[in-house]
Every structure is written in structure tokens, then in C-alpha cells.
Design a protein around this ligand. Structure first.
Ligand SMILES: *[C@@H]1O[C@H](CO)[C@@H](O)[C@H](O)[C@H]1NC(C)=O
Ligand SMILES: *[C@@H]1O[C@H](CO)[C@@H](O)[C@H](O)[C@H]1NC(C)=O
Ligand SMILES: *[C@@H]1O[C@H](CO)[C@@H](O)[C@H](O)[C@H]1NC(C)=O
Ligand SMILES: *[C@@H]1O[C@H](CO)[C@@H](O)[C@H](O)[C@H]1NC(C)=O
Ligand SMILES: *[C@@H]1O[C@H](CO)[C@@H](O)[C@H](O)[C@H]1NC(C)=O
Ligand SMILES: *[C@@H]1O[C@H](CO)[C@@H](O)[C@H](O)[C@H]1NC(C)=O
Length: 406
């Protein structure tokens, strides 16, 4: 691919979170979304989980919803500018508002609901944007005003990269055809939906002038966590992972299923190859009690005899009394992994292999220079890990006191 791809890591840092002066600062998700909307000339395709971009949707009166409301207003202006807008969204459950999508439809956008529950017993958890088959955004942020100002998110905007955008476009087209009423999953998918790019044959591309190898995990990827395991296996110097929650189980499975695949890869890396790993896990109202014994068990691998370099820390987004009233906010929602070999940005969770939930994988390897995605992602990890918001799990007594202060 000879496109002059430019990649920018983007983050949402919740209102009121302040890092040390030496902590890395990235452009905001809001700025990236605005620049993508501004760049759009012919088409914007968006895959989304749900839409709550306004105070109306959440029945709140928060000043910090202004950015989300601005994004919705700008998206609604696109059809007037001659830009076609297509939105694929997971079929909303009864309590999810439909107002934004209705407003978009009224403005001229096309919206299709993908009933993943019926099709795969999952949800369309994926979020990405494709603009003019040239620029993309992908990451953890939902189409939710809180994802811009109240929830910690991480993603990447890639500009002038039609090779990557076209590849992601195949995934969008797949969601799009699944969004017609009574759709069924084609078996097999027509050949034009398949991608030549995967772990073995990644897309070779220049990102900011640095050689990189990139692939997006396909929806149909083996359920074994969309290649996270192989990224861990390939590491020889370190594995750093940041996730919202960590459970070696299938999150939504009834009956309950234990699912230790990722856990096994981590323990194996420490035991067989002495690869140090650090796991930074979100600690907030969402935290489930079952998570803590599993995390303590990982941390317990490291002791004075074994010297396994296994470290587990809990990351807390600070919350005031007022912020605690905002539903589903103040969490560390980002999901990424950085090793000496690769960077991995996604919206996967380290819990069970629901294919529809781990559809987004972004692997890349670049040179050692500071300008690589890996170096920048490592700086993000380092900032969070060493910040005042992170605590060694071995020093945390009652997790409830830390994770649910209100
Ligand atoms: C929110 O609701 C009010 C009152 O129903 C309405 O006037 C306004 O247009 C709505 N705003 C948005 C962004 O939907
Ligand atoms: C894409 O590349 C062109 C030519 O270098 C440049 O003018 C334009 O600003 C770039 N677009 C974006 C969104 O970065
Ligand atoms: C594949 O081809 C079919 C038939 O021409 C078309 O409707 C569909 O959009 C194509 N899919 C992709 C991913 O290009
Ligand atoms: C490891 O050694 C230190 C210093 O000797 C000691 O304080 C600590 O309790 C030991 N930890 C374990 C798990 O044995
Ligand atoms: C790529 O270049 C842009 C400026 O054009 C910069 O903002 C961004 O941080 C760079 N990305 C990486 C990963 O170095
Ligand atoms: C910032 O400086 C402190 C104190 O020197 C250090 O402990 C921390 O690791 C640094 N953080 C980053 C992100 O480099």
C-alpha cells in the first residue's frame, strides 16, 4: 500500500482527571471525530453499538454533554453537504433511546439495525467510522456523549489510508447486509467480503512514514480472542495490557462457562519465557466481585522465590458526588495491549469469546523510533500505570472501598 497514511492516537480523558506534567497528552476523541466529519466529501459509514449523544437521551442536564450534542448536530448536516451517511447499529433493546438515530434519518442518513442477538446471540459491539473510503476512526468510544467527556477511551484516527479504509469497509458492508429485516448470515460469505490481510499476511503500509504491518481481525476470526493470544505469544520482552475488566469466563454465558484462554497465554509467557507482564484493570461501579480473586491469583505468581515479573494494578477514574449520579460514566473503558512486537487497539474485553464483541483488532509493528504507534501507546500505558489513579492490587484490601466509593 503506497498511501501516505497518517495515524493519530486519540483519547477521551474524563473531566477532572489530571495527570502528572510528564504524562503523555494525545488529541481528544472529540477533535478526531470533528476532523473526520470536516474531511468528509462523499460518504460516512459508521458501525455502532448504541447512540446516546445528547442530554435528552440520558435525561441529564450535564454541561459536559455539549461535545456529543455538537457531534450529532454536525453529523446531521452532512447529507445537506452531499455526503451520504450510513449507520449500522446493534438492534436497540427496549430501554435504549432511538432519538439520535431518528434525527439522523430525518436529516437524510440511512440507518440499519443489526440484530446480532438473533444472528449470533451476541451484540454489534463494534465501533468504527469510515470516511470517503479514505480515513477511519476505530477504538473503544461509543456514540455516547459520555464517551467524550466522562468515560476514559482510546482509539486511533487514520487519515489518507484507503487500503485500510477499504479493508474495514468490507466489515461495514457485512454489517450493512445483515441489517435488512430477517437477514441471515450467508454461508459462505461471497468472496468479495474476505480480506487478504491477517496475522500471517498483514497489510504493509507506511504509518507516518514508518513501515508498519497492520491487520484488522475479521468478524469470523477464530473465537480464541481474535488473536490477542498470539500477540501475547509473540512477545519476548514485555506485555502491557489495559482493560476495563478481566475475567477468565464467558461473560454472558448461561450456564456459566470458565474460559481461561487469555489467562493461560499470560501465565505461559511469565512461566515459559520469563516475559514480564503488567495488567491494568478498570475498577469502578461495573466491577464484579468474581474479578478480584482471579486478578489476585495472577499477581500471586510473582513472589520472592519465582521472580516472575507479573504485576496487576487497579485503575480508578476519580468521581465526585455529582459525577456519581451520571449513569454508566466514570469508567476506564479503553482496551489496548502493547508488547515489544505489536500494538493492539480495540474494543475487546478479556472475557469470553463472543465473536461479535471482539471484532476490532488493530495490530502493528513499527521500527524502534519514538514516532511509532507502539511507542505512543507505551507512553499512554506508562502514564496510566504510574499515575495516582492506579494501585497495586496487593495493597488493596476491600476492593469495594476503592471501586465503589459512593
Ligand atoms: C431535547 O428535547 C427538547 C424538548 O423536547 C427538544 O426541544 C430538543 O430539540 C431536544 N434536543 C435534542 C438535541 O434532541
Ligand atoms: C491527505 O493528504 C493530502 C495530501 O497530502 C492532504 O492535503 C490532506 O490534508 C490529507 N487529509 C487529511 C485528513 O489528513
Ligand atoms: C460484494 O458484491 C455484492 C454483489 O455485487 C455487493 O452487493 C456487495 O456490496 C459486495 N460486498 C463488498 C464487501 O464489496
Ligand atoms: C519478600 O521479601 C521481602 C523482603 O525480604 C519481604 O518483606 C516480603 O514479605 C517477602 N514476600 C513474600 C511473598 O514472601
Ligand atoms: C503521526 O503524525 C501526526 C502529525 O502529522 C502526529 O500528530 C501523530 O502523533 C503521529 N503519530 C504517531 C503514531 O507518531
Ligand atoms: C513521571 O515522573 C515520575 C517521577 O519522576 C515517574 O515516577 C513517572 O514514571 C513518570 N511518568 C511517566 C509517564 O513517565
Amino acid at each position: 500500500c503506497s498511501d501516505p497514511c497518517r495515524i493519530v492516537l486519540v483519547e477521551s480523558i474524563p473531566e477532572g482527571m489530571v495527570y502528572e506534567d510528564n504524562g503523555t497528552v494525545n488529541p481528544s476523541t472529540f477533535e478526531a471525530w470533528r476532523s473526520l466529519i470536516g474531511a468528509a466529501k462523499s460518504r460516512v459509514d459508521m458501525a455502532s453499538f448504541y447512540w446516546t449523544l445528547t442530554n435528552n437521551d440520558t435525561r441529564t442536564q450535564e454541561a459536559t454533554a455539549a461535545q456529543g450534542e455538537e457531534i450529532l448536530a454536525e453529523l446531521r448536516q452532512l447529507p445537506q453537504r452531499g455526503v451520504s451517511v450510513r449507520v449500522a447499529v446493534s438492534s436497540p433493546s427496549a430501554e435504549q433511546p432511538w432519538d439520535d438515530l431518528q434525527a439522523l434519518e430525518e436529516s437524510g442518513a440511512s440507518v440499519r439495525q443489526v440484530d446480532m442477538r438473533r444472528l449470533t446471540r451476541g451484540v454489534l459491539h463494534t465501533k468504527f467510522w469510515i470516511v470517503d473510503e479514505t480515513h477511519v476512526y476505530l477504538g473503544s468510544a461509543n456514540m455516547d456523549w459520555r464517551s467524550l467527556t466522562q468515560v476514559k477511551e482510546l482509539g486511533a484516527a487514520v487519515y489518507n489510508c484507503s487500503c485500510l479504509a477499504k479493508d474495514l469497509g468490507k466489515m461495514f458492508e457485512a454489517y450493512w447486509v445483515l441489517g435488512v429485516p430477517d437477514a441471515s448470515i450467508p454461508s459462505p460469505w461471497p468472496a468479495n467480503y474476505s480480506t487478504p490481510y491477517n496475522k500471517e499476511t498483514p497489510l504493509e503500509v507506511q504509518l507516518n512514514g514508518t513501515d508498519a504491518r497492520v491487520y484488522l481481525s475479521a468478524q469470523s476470526a477464530p473465537p480464541a480472542l481474535c488473536a490477542a493470544g498470539s500477540v501475547i505469544d509473540a512477545a519476548s520482552e514485555f506485555v502491557h495490557i489495559a482493560v476495563m475488566s478481566y475475567l477468565p469466563t464467558m461473560e454472558f454465558s448461561h450456564p456459566r462457562r470458565y474460559w481461561p484462554t487469555v489467562d493461560d497465554h499470560l501465565r505461559k509467557a511469565a512461566y515459559e519465557r520469563h516475559v514480564p507482564f503488567r495488567l491494568l484493570v478498570g475498577c469502578g461501579p461495573h466491577a464484579k466481585a468474581a474479578m478480584f480473586p482471579f486478578l489476585r491469583s495472577l499477581a500471586a505468581m510473582s513472589d520472592n522465590e519465582t521472580h516472575y515479573a507479573v504485576e496487576v494494578r487497579l485503575f480508578t477514574v476519580p468521581v465526585t458526588e455529582a459525577q456519581a449520579k451520571i449513569p454508566y460514566a466514570r469508567v476506564n473503558h479503553n482496551k489496548y495491549m502493547v508488547t515489544d512486537k505489536a500494538a493492539y487497539i480495540g474494543e475487546w474485553r478479556l472475557t469470553g469469546p463472543l465473536p461479535a464483541r471482539c471484532a476490532r483488532l488493530y495490530g502493528t509493528a513499527g521500527g524502534p523510533s519514538q514516532a511509532t504507534v507502539q511507542a505512543q501507546l507505551q507512553a499512554v500505558f506508562q502514564r496510566d500505570w504510574s499515575s495516582k489513579y492506579s494501585r497495586d492490587i496487593r495493597t488493596v484490601g476491600q476492593w469495594e472501598t476503592l471501586c465503589r466509593p459512593h
